[in-house]
Design a protein. Structure first.
Length: 143
């Protein structure tokens, strides 16, 4: 599935013999989806992040809070974001066509964020969506 809100996911799972294995939703430091993740876990549905880097908006790659965490681990902002998602047990498939960034992304598995840094990342929630699947005007621009 993609972009199923928690209420629709629960309804779907309650009324179908075969339930989804995965729900792909926007999830990044500025739109963290904690409640949606909780509902997915209750329905035994894995969460997969799209727009994990918020499509590069809101200066995510230079955000000073993320940069300070990254400095502590000798990592990039992107690696910290990927590690944060991985530690939240969210499936993440970062998009890049750049070989160096692919290698960098793979190096998100050789460290772990401590509890304090996980909490600091959680403090970045702003509700900013890159894309709202219920915004009719946004949908019209895609056609």
């Amino acid at each position: 599935m993609s972009n199923f809100y928690p209420s629709r996911l629960v309804d779907f799972c309650l009324h179908n013999a075969i339930t989804p294995a995965l729900n792909q939703v926007e999830c990044n430091p500025f739109h963290q989806q904690f409640e949606a993740q909780k509902t997915m876990q209750e329905c035994n549905v894995a969460m997969q992040s799209w727009a994990s880097f918020g499509e590069g908006k809101n200066d995510i790659f230079t955000n000073p809070t993320i940069a300070q965490i990254a400095k502590n681990y000798n990592k990039s902002n992107a690696q910290v974001i990927l590690r944060w998602l991985i530690q939240r047990q969210i499936i993440v498939i970062p998009k890049t066509t750049n070989k160096e960034r692919m290698i960098e992304n793979l190096n998100a598995f050789d460290f772990a964020l401590n509890d304090k840094d996980m909490q600091t990342m959680a403090s970045l929630e702003s509700g900013n969506l890159f894309f709202s699947p219920i915004d009719v005007e946004m949908i019209k621009t895609l056609s």
